[in-house]
Write a protein that binds this ligand. Structure first.
Ligand code: 6R9
Length: 657
């Protein structure tokens, strides 16, 4: 079905394209499009070749075992040590003096850590954990700020064949405890605190609260290891709590890594923002490391000898796991790790860091880009960002307006932008341009990576034609796929596999354009149906942000007696736009959307707000906005970064109606 209204069944709004420059393509490692055909002919063979770039103790003979779908096994008879692949292997190749981490603390303290030093620290930590009783298969919870010890801890756990469960440092005591209980972790690694927004954000007291909760579950935790970072006053419980810096002095850097089977569990990561119990997404070793490292190399055109890479994600999220820890370190990359927030001490911080370290590849989220846009281009323009050669985006669809700003202001109008679609469940990137090959379209993640089979299907699971919209599915197993939900295989089957049989249901809507490129449209519950037309929240948000007065926008489909659903928009105006009153803004923006997309997309209401409700990972919680738009009691706000936001919005709406 196509129509003129710009619904998800029609052509994309933006048809401008950006082919790779001749200079970029000439130097790119992947600049021959035959890689796609070769991988498509025999995906398993493609992944086997990528896997062989890792160091295996016992080489695998079988690539994929899909005899018991949806429970996949990759490279199952091979053995390897994940941490040794990220560390010892590079030392053996003579790269010990290469910088692994340029650490920048928020207060301005710095550390430069080479691969030799990182390896030494991880070996000592592995010895320390062994003497604390950690062994293969045990679960270790990590609740840390973005400091080198967080990465050391993850790698030390991995080195022992144990399983880490990193819990983002912004989560509450209850959330932490729920995750500890679910995984039955016996050890927690934390810090006294971290630096955030110019203040000490205490962590150890939250761990204490989590462990003290009387929730009817017997506490699994026996020990707490505490890294000293901020020096805030904390209490240490005799017999349970140990200072890392005191304990570590007893251990040397001699540690031989043992090889574990490729399917040995590597980590559990709980997904946030969904209703009900958190889902413990389980990832294993060989397949995960294969795809994390392969995509990190190919999508960023990584040159480990010369690039300085920076991914701004926290290790509490999947992006931090795959593209701060495992991908970059397996590839021997040099990277920046920054502890703090982009606005501390001022909005110039990120650009100053890029200038200081000569960052060449930057990987961040659209929400951060829009925040920087809101502040204005004059801030990054005060810094020399000429080292940048590749830009990445992840976490949500990037609206064309933000895309163009990112390329023009941060990428000097020339850097390719790789818009990478993937999920906690997919473990690594799935859909993304390749910077030396793909002609870019702002706002579209475009093409499945080599070796990945993606389709857009209708409700019956039939692939839709070009020009049409539907649901995104992955058609074949991939190496870094989620293996199960920890402790709940039935839920794993139900959530992802029951809808379409052996195709993985991602929960995202998507549209194919006339070239067959994929446009992600947000979670399927964010797709609205207005008078029988399917409209995407993303598309309307993009139109709103395209208006010169709008800094950020969130759109929801609120139930409506006549049209089924109606479009309700929440916008933040740019700070210098006090020219428009809220009433004028509503008029103006309703008309603007109608003009940009079609009358069918005209918002029923536009509310001007000061802030939008977001999860701690920066995703807008449209569910709460929908509650507000439908005049309901606001639902569960526990995953909000700032719980007061919804109160302010509700008050604002009541005064309006
Ligand atoms: C990596 C990560 C996954 C959900 C996913 C989708 C959205 C992520 C995107 C994107 C459009 C992109 N998403 N990247 N949507 N374009 N490039 O973010 O994992 O936190 O599990 O979120 O994020 O809706 O389903 P996770």
């Amino acid at each position: 079905m196509t129509d003129q209204h710009g619904t998800i069944d029609s052509h994309p709004l933006d048809t401008e394209t950006y082919p790779p420059s001749a200079e970029f393509a000439a130097q790119a490692s992947l600049n021959d499009s035959s890689v796609y055909w070769r991988a498509a002919e025999d995906p398993e063979n493609y992944w086997a070749q990528e896997a062989r770039k890792l160091q295996w103790s016992r080489p695998f003979t079988e690539t994929l075992d899909w005899s018991n779908p949806p429970f996949a096994k990759w490279f199952a008879d091979g053995t390897l040590n994940v941490a040794a692949n990220c560390l010892d292997r590079h030392l053996a190749a003579g790269l010990g003096d290469r910088v692994a981490i340029h650490f920048e603390g928020e207060p301005g303290d710095t550390r430069t850590i080479t691969y030799a030093e990182l390896t030494h620290e991880v070996k000592r930590a592995a010895n320390m954990l062994t003497s604390l009783g950690v062994k293969q298969g045990d679960r270790v919870a990590i609740y840390m700020p973005m400091i080198p010890e967080a990465i050391v801890s993850m790698l030390a756990v991995a080195r022992l064949g144990a399983i880490h469960s990193v819990v983002f440092g912004g989560f509450s005591a209850e959330s932490l405890r729920a995750r500890i209980d679910d995984a039955q972790a016996e050890l927690v690694i934390t810090a006294d605190g971290g630096n955030r927004k110019g203040r000490v954000s205490a962590l150890k007291p939250t761990v204490d609260d989590a462990l003290a909760l009387q929730n009817g579950t017997e506490l699994s935790v026996k020990r707490v290891l505490v890294v000293q970072r901020t020096g805030n006053d904390i209490s240490m419980q005799e017999g349970r709590d140990l200072w890392w810096h005191e304990e570590i002095t007893s251990y040397d850097g001699e540690h031989t890594a043992q090889a574990f089977p490729a399917e040995n569990p590597l980590f559990i990561l709980y997904t946030s923002g969904t209703t009900g119990r958190p889902k413990g997404i389980l990832h294993t070793s060989g397949g995960y490391l294969t795809q994390a490292s392969s995509t990190h190399r190919n999508v960023f055109d990584l040159k480990p000898e010369t690039d300085v890479y920076w991914c701004t994600a926290d290790i509490g999220w999947i992006t931090g796991h795959s593209y701060v820890v495992y991908g970059p370190l397996a590839n021997g990359a040099t990277q920046v790790v920054y502890e703090g927030t982009p606005e501390t001490p001022d909005w110039g911080r990120w650009w100053q860091i890029i200038e200081k370290y000569g960052v060449t590849i930057l990987y961040t989220a659209p929400t951060a880009i829009r925040a920087c846009m809101k502040v204005g281009r004059q801030v990054p323009e005060q810094h020399d960002l000429s080292s940048i050669r590749v830009l990445g985006s992840v976490g949500e669809p990037i609206n064309p307006e933000a895309w163009r700003w990112y390329r023009d202001v941060i990428g000097a109008g020339t850097a390719p932008i790789v818009d990478t679609w993937w999920q906690t469940e997919t473990g690594a990137m799935m859909i993304s341009p390749l910077p030396g090959l793909t002609t870019l379209k702002p706002g579209s993640a475009q093409v499945p990576l080599p070796g990945i089979s993606i389709a857009v299907v209708d409700d019956e699971g039939n692939a839709v034609d070009r020009g049409q919209g539907g649901l995104l599915v992955v058609q074949r197993p991939w190496p870094s796929m989620v293996r199960t939900i920890w402790g709940d295989p039935d839920r794993f089957v139900e959530t992802y596999w029951e809808k379409f049989g052996d195709q993985y249901f991602a929960g995202d809507g998507a549209r194919l354009d006339e070239d067959g490129d994929i446009w992600l449209l947000g979670r399927v519950d964010d797709v609205m149906n207005v008078s029988g037309h399917r409209l995407s929240t993303t598309e309307i948000e993009s139109a709103l942000v395209g208006h010169h007065a709008v800094a950020e926008a969130a759109v929801v489909g609120a139930s409506d007696e006549t049209t089924g659903q109606a479009v309700v928009a929440f916008v933040i105006l740019k700070s210098q736009q006090h020219l428009l009153t809220p009433e004028e803004a509503e008029q103006e923006l309703r008309g603007h959307v109608a003009q940009a997309i079609g009358a069918i997309a005209r918002p029923r209401q536009v509310f001007v707000v000061n802030e939008l409700p977001k999860t701690r990972s920066g995703k807008i919680m449209r569910r709460l906005l929908r509650d507000a738009a439908e005049g309901r009691e606001i639902g569960d706000t526990t995953t909000l970064a700032d719980t007061a936001v919804m109160q302010t919005i509700s008050l604002r709406m009541r005064s309006d109606q």
